[in-house]
Design a protein around this ligand. Structure first.
Ligand code: DGL
Length: 267
């Protein structure tokens, strides 16, 4: 038996998490789905995202996934609860903006959050602030357009720089010294964000913490499986154009990979 983990995102953003999952579970079989035909999730209704998350989960389970990482803050906000209710025997590991570590890290007592509008407007995010913000001022900034840039592999274009400048300026003006990258696409823009905001700003993302949490839950909740010496593998699927996805996935994953079309029943 091979330990099999399913991972999904609206597009290629979740690959920033998949890198950490690969490191945490080197012998596992990883199945990644990019819902490219429906990206971006950020401006869509919670009901739409929930329906897509259900379909992608059903596909991952049909492929043998034993645990699922919702490698998307927006989908976690919209669908983590209904997914856990519908598939109550499956561990789901969701993602949310790293408010707690950012509040611990700030010296200026102002934290900036870059995320999708869907995440920032969710009840889940409001609850997160209630729980962890304390006396720290939290300044939020929705970032329409950033996800699309990453999907086009435009990590350093003129347009990318001007959007990053526009979205980070209000956070800098408010005195934030710590920025949360609250969308899994944004770590791919971190080098550009760093160039724009300078070395003194702390950038926080949750990929590594999510991979650690996945490993903890796999070890404690799934039946043991003898994986000694097994080579890990990855398979990639998309609901969009498979050739186009293969180019961008290969680029962001760091090696040439094949991306298969998601079967029609799940699109
Ligand atoms: N990568 C996603 C997130 O973490 C979704 C972005 C989108 O599709 O708008 O929120």
């Amino acid at each position: 038996m091979v330990r099999t983990i399913g991972v999904f995102d609206s597009g290629v953003g979740g690959l920033s998490v998949l890198h950490h999952i690969r490191d945490a579970l080197p012998e596992a079989r990883l199945i990644y789905v990019a819902d490219s035909a429906h990206v971006p999730y950020g401006g869509r209704s919670a009901a739409y995202i929930e329906a897509r998350s259900m379909a992608l989960t059903r596909f991952l389970l049909s492929q043998g996934a034993e645990a699922i990482v919702i490698a998307c803050n927006t989908a976690t906000a919209a669908a983590a609860l209904p997914l856990r209710k519908q598939f109550s025997n499956i561990p789901f590991i969701g993602m949310e903006p790293a408010v707690k570590p950012a509040v611990a890290a700030t010296r200026s007592n102002v934290v900036g959050v870059l995320a999708t509008v869907g995440t920032l407007e969710s009840a889940r995010f409001a609850a997160l602030l209630d729980k962890y913000a304390g006396n720290v001022k939290i300044v939020t900034q929705g970032c329409p357009g950033l996800v699309e840039l990453v999907e086009r592999d435009e990590l350093h274009s003129v347009e990318a720089r001007s959007l990053v400048e526009r979205y980070t300026a209000p956070l800098l003006a408010a005195g934030a010294d710590t920025f949360i990258l609250g969308c899994t696409h944004y770590p791919f823009l971190a080098p550009l964000i760093r160039e724009v905001v300078g070395e003194q700003i702390t950038l926080i993302d949750t990929g590594a913490a999510v991979a650690r949490e996945l490993k903890r839950r796999v070890d404690s909740e799934l039946s043991p499986c003898e994986m000694q010496g097994v080579a890990g593998s990855e398979s990639f699927y998309t609901s969009g154009d498979a050739e186009q996805a293969a180019r961008i996935v290969s680029q962001l994953w760091g090696k040439q990979v094949v991306v298969e079309p998601l079967p029609h029943a799940y699109r």
